[in-house]
Design a protein. Sequence first.
Lengths: 111, 114
Amino acid sequence: GIQVEQSPPDLILQEGANSTLRCNFSDSVNNLQWFHQNPWGQLINLFYIPSGTKQNGRLSATTVATERYSLLYISSSQTTDSGVYFCAVERSADSSYKLIFGSGTRLLVRP
Amino acid sequence: DAGITQSPRYKITETGRQVTLMCHQTWSHSYMFWYRQDLGHGLRLIYYSAAADITDKGEVPDGYVVSRSKTENFPLTLESATRSQTSVYFCASSEPHRGPNIQYFGAGTRLSVL
């Protein structure tokens, strides 16, 4: 099956710093989503981004489908950005709409 | 706009007992999914459903049973709970026939099997 690898696994930032999270995937995809899991466990959709670039406030994401990776940028980080960030993909050859998740990047933003 | 709700939020049970986790969505989404989240594994798909009365196995279906008699509900049953089923369970829904397959998640159920 498709492999989804996220890096780094853990990241500690000082408030105000910028960061880049990476998601590599091993097969062509027609769906890629980034999620934020907050400290209370809730999964929040950040981006639906199978290709191209999107921005939402301090967050932006870029997916280069031909090279099989996606990047999530967090600028001017805040303590509320802490949590786990997941990348999830839907394989193009799979018509079942299932998402395969990476293991996540755990982010801690210190005040 | 209730969205997608899971109940209970927390559950403690004993090995061998049957337990059912509930999932309800108000969007009339055709697709619904059950995932489990364990440390170091991200989320793994247990079962999914494309419509009422249509269900299929995901990556880790053993020990679980699902049903979907109504579009809005997708209960997950552990017929005889084991300690290895201690986990956080998430339900999700999406409507890929009306746009992109964006999955929306419930708040999760934390299950402990003693």
